[in-house]
Design a protein around this ligand. Sequence first.
Ligand SMILES: Cc1ncc(COP(=O)(O)O)c(C=O)c1O
Length: 331
Amino acid sequence: MIKAFEQPIYVTRPYLPKRELFCEGLKEIWENRWLTNNGPVLKRFTQQLSNYFNTDNICIFNNGTLALQIGLQGMGISGEVITTSFTFVATTHALFWNNIRPVFVDIEPDYYTLDPEKVEAAITPRTTSILAVHVFGHPCKLKSLTDIAHRHKLKLIYDAAHAFGVQVGNQPISNFGDMSVFSFHATKPYHSIEGGMLTFQDSGLKKNFDYLKNFGFKNEIEVVMPGTNAKMNELQALMGSMLLEHVDKINKKGKQITEVYREKLKGVPGIHLVPGLPKDVLYNYAYMPIEVDEDEFCMSRDGLYEELKKYNIFSRRYFYPLICIHICLFI
Ligand SMILES: Cc1ncc(COP(=O)(O)O)c(C=O)c1O
């Protein structure tokens, strides 16, 4: 008889720095009496991220959702955008808040990212962009999507919320496409409690993003666009700054755990694992998705989800329900 875990096991558990070290960092914030509005800790954090991604073309936000929303607004994206329904709702909501019509196309079966052939088939004269998701941190079909975007003169935007620390061919994942958005939410292996970041190729966009996240203020007296409040505060910046040096350790731990899962689940009838990623991908081991074949496994996905609860294990059904089948109430 297998015993239930004494403590509940959730699908994620936030990584935390040593409390004493965080408290030490708080002293600086207390001394500065500067809690938000581009304070010194955020400035330092921004520089660290700039070094990490080897670019000045970054902008930090209070969360990934607003980063994406503002990214689309700041780039002037409109019309129809081809995207995926197999993602967190925020991907689509960011389009909605910009009056953009999402056009959902299907994903490929291996890594669950947008199927390039389906993307190309869905292009119409109204299509302006592709918004693809590196879902579970799996890189999208970068070459094919780039090729389609170039041929059809579309912007290529990546929701990289799950993909912090992922590299392809020794390049950070942020180097691909016109813009990428990252989430630093506490459920992510690397986090700043809540937080988000845009990386982009066109340095001319930076001022738009900076204005938009701060009510459209250009300076003390000029408001030059209808912005919002999406600024990261000093406490978030402190967490993000402290954890940045732990990224490799966090990902290494994820790798060890994933290897155990893959070894133990290999060959279990009805449990399908994601195929190994291409050799040139440095993965962040953010997620450990499995597919359940009800007939082969003799239990449905939902049955397994319920069964695990009896053992104090709280798994999640990602992404369920799919965005395209949510009932959306308008007010
Ligand atoms: C794919 C995806 N996009 C966007 C977001 C939004 O990020 P945030 O929670 O930081 O607002 C998430 C959050 O988990 C996500 O999973």
